[in-house]
Design a protein around this ligand. Structure first.
Ligand code: BES
Ligand code: MN
Ligand code: ZN
Length: 503
C-alpha cells in the first residue's frame, strides 16, 4: 500500500466502509463531497451487513469510476476500539479481494471518506491496520505452473499533501512490514517439507540475520548430540534430514547487558508421528508443524527499529520420521537439563525438541522471559478451535499482557490451566523423571504445557503458546485462505513492541 496525493489520479476502484443501517448517510456524504452524480443508486437491497459488498459506478463527470462499499455490520456489535480495528482489517481484506476478483488494477482508500461518520477515522492505527490487512488479505499460495487468478491490484491510500505526515508514512510502512512478514510466515508454513527442510530454515535465518544485523549460530546433528540434547536428538534420529537448533540474537544499542526475552519456536518440518505413526488422512497438514519456528523467523524480520528490548530467537528444527534408526516407544533419554524422559509415544515429539532448546537458551542467554510457540497438541484444537491460541502461564500479570496483545492485534488467546500439583503425577514416569505423554487421555494440552514447564529455571517469566489450532486454518476467512494463517505473529509482535515495552 502506498500513499497517493488526492486529486492526482483517483484509481480504478474506491473503497468505503459502512455500518449496517447507515448506508443512506454514507451515500449522501459521497454525493456531497466526492460528487459521484445525482442519481440515487439502486441500493434498496443493500443493508451494510457484516461482509456485505455493493459496487457503485460513477457518472461521467465523477472522478470516481467505481465505489466498493463493504458492510461492517451493526455499530453496537463493535463496542470497543479493538473490535473496530478488527472489523476494519476484515473489511479491508474483503474489499481488496473483491477488487482482485473483478480484475481491477488499482484500489484506493481515501482519508476522510472511509466511513460515513468520522469514527476516529484520523487514527493512524487504522491506516496501519489497512496497510497490514491489504497485504494479508491478498496473500495467495500457489505452486501451479501457470497463474490462474487475476494479478493483485495496487493499493493506495489517498489523502491531501498536508496529511502525508511522518506519522502517517510510518503507520503505512509499519503496517506493510507486518503484512509482508506475515506473508513470509505463511509461505514457510504452506511450502511442503520436500522444500522446507531445517537446512532451508537455516538459510532463511542466515539471510534475515544478514539483512537485519542479527547474530546467528546453529547446532547441527552432531553438535546437538555432543551438547547432550538427547531428547532433541531422539526426535531427529529417524530421519536422514539434518536437524538444526538455530539461534538468532537481536541486541538494540546500549542493551548489551540487558537480560533478553527468549522466543522459542517448534520447527518440525514434518511430523509423521515417527514409530507411533499418525493415521494417513490429513497427515500432509503436518508440513505445517514448523509454524512456531516460522512465526519466530517472521518476528526476527520485524525487530530492528521496532523493539527496544534484547531478544533471542531459538528454532528447534527437525523432521519426525519412522525408520530403522528411529526412537522406539519405551526409549529413555537424558535431556540437557539432566532430567530423564521415557518416550512412550514418538508422536509427542514437540515437547522433546523444545525441552532441550528451552534449557539451552536459558543456559546460554540467561533470559528474564521465555515464550514458546508450538503446534503442540490436537487437544488444544479440541478445546479452543482455530480462532484461539492456547495460553499457559503461572504469571497472572503476564497472562493479562498477552491477552491484551491478542485483543489489540486481532489474534486472540485463551488461558488454559497448568497447575503443577494437579497434573504432574500424570507425566511422572515410574522409571524415569518424566514421561512424554499423560497417563490418562485427558487434559492433553495442559500436560504438554506442564512438561515444558519442568525445564524452565526458577525466576524466569514463562508462557507457552499452543498454536496447533490457530497457525493453520481449515476455513477461509477475510484475512486467511484456509491454510497457514501466520498467527500469532501480529500478537507476539504487539506484545514485544507495545505491551511489554518497559514492563
Ligand atoms: N504436531 C502435533 C500436534 C498437532 C495436531 C498440530 C493437530 C496441528 C494439528 C503433535 O506433535 C502431536 O502429534 N501431538 C499429539 C500428542 C499426543 C501423542 C500426546 C496429539 O496431539 O495427538
Ligand atoms: Mn507429533
Ligand atoms: Zn508435532
Amino acid at each position: 500500500m502506498e500513499f497517493r496525493e488526492l486529486g492526482t489520479q483517483n484509481g480504478e476502484a474506491h473503497i468505503i466502509f459502512t455500518f449496517e443501517g447507515t448506508v443512506e448517510q454514507g451515500l449522501k456524504k459521497l454525493q456531497d463531497t466526492l460528487f459521484i452524480g445525482e442519481s440515487p443508486y439502486p441500493l434498496e437491497y443493500y443493508k451494510g451487513k457484516k461482509g456485505e459488498i455493493a459496487e457503485l459506478f460513477g457518472t461521467k463527470e465523477s472522478p470516481l469510476h467505481r465505489i466498493i462499499i463493504v458492510g461492517l455490520g451493526k455499530k453496537e456489535n463493535i463496542p470497543t476500539w479493538n473490535d473496530f480495528r478488527q472489523a476494519i482489517r476484515e473489511a479491508t481484506g474483503r474489499a481488496v479481494r473483491y477488487a482482485r476478483t473483478k480484475g481491477y488494477k488499482e484500489a484506493v482508500f481515501t482519508q476522510g471518506f472511509l466511513l460515513e461518520d468520522s469514527f476516529q477515522e484520523d487514527s493512524y492505527q487504522l491506516y496501519y491496520d489497512i496497510a497490514y490487512a491489504s497485504e494479508v488479505g491478498l496473500y495467495q499460495f500457489s505452486m501451479k505452473s501457470t497463474q490462474e487468478e487475476n494479478a493483485n491490484p495496487k493499493i493506495y491510500l489517498c489523502g491531501s499533501k498536508e496529511s502525508h505526515t511522518d506519522a502517517l508514512k510510518q503507520a503505512l510502512a509499519r503496517g506493510r512490514r507486518l503484512g509482508k512478514a506475515s506473508s513470509f510466515v505463511r509461505d514457510l508454513v504452506n511450502t511442503p517439507a520436500n522444500i522446507v527442510t531445517p537446512q532451508y530454515l537455516l538459510e532463511k535465518a542466515q539471510d534475515i540475520a544478514k539483512e537485519h544485523n542479527l547474530q546467528i549460530t546453529a547446532l547441527n546433528r552432531k553438535e546437538i548430540k555432543e551438547k547432550g540434547m538427547n531428547a532433541f536428538s531422539a526426535v531427529a534420529q529417524g530421519s536422514e534430514t539434518e536437524p538444526y537448533c538455530i539461534l538468532l540474537e537481536y541486541t538494540p544499542q546500549a542493551k548489551e547487558k540487558e537480560q533478553p526475552i527468549a522466543i522459542v519456536g517448534k520447527g518440525l518440518v514434518f511430523d509423521s508421528g515417527g514409530i507411533s505413526i499418525k493415521p494417513s488422512s490429513n497427515m500432509h497438514e503436518m508440513k505445517g508443524d514448523m509454524a512456531g519456528a516460522a512465526t519466530a523467523l517472521g518476528l526476527a524480520t520485524l525487530l530492528s527499529g521496532e523493539c527496544s528490548q534484547r531478544v533471542v530467537i531459538a528454532l528447534a528444527c527437525a523432521e519426525n520420521m519412522p525408520s530403522g534408526t528411529a526412537t522406539r516407544p519405551g526409549d529413555i533419554v537424558t535431556t540437557l537439563s539432566g532430567k530423564t524422559v521415557e518416550i512412550l509415544n514418538t508422536d509427542a515429539e514437540g515437547r522433546l525438541v523444545l525441552c532441550d532448546t528451552l534449557t539451552y537458551v536459558q543456559n546460554e542467554y540467561n533470559p528474564s522471559t521465555v515464550i514458546d510457540m508450538a503446534t503442540l497438541t490436537g487437544a488444544c484444537v479440541m478445546a479452543l478451535g482455530e480462532e484461539l491460541t492456547g495460553l499457559f502461564t503461572d504469571d497472572d500479570a503476564f497472562a493479562t499482557m498477552i491477552t491484551e496483545a491478542g485483543h489489540i492485534s486481532g489474534q486472540q488467546v485463551w488461558r488454559l490451566p497448568m497447575m503443577q500439583d494437579m497434573f504432574i503425577e500424570d507425566i511422572t514416569s515410574p522409571i524415569a523423571d518424566l514421561q512424554n505423554i499423560g497417563k490418562s487421555r485427558y487434559a492433553g494440552a495442559t500436560t504438554a504445557a506442564l512438561f515444558l514447564k519442568q525445564f524452565i529455571h526458577n525466576n524466569v517469566r514463562y508462557a507457552h503458546l499452543d498454536i496447533a489450532g490457530t497457525a493453520y486454518s481449515s476455513v477461509k476467512s477475510p484475512l486467511t485462505l484456509g491454510s497457514a494463517t501466520s498467527a500469532p505473529l501480529a500478537m507476539v509482535f504487539t506484545l514485544l513492541t507495545h505491551v511489554l515495552a518497559d514492563k
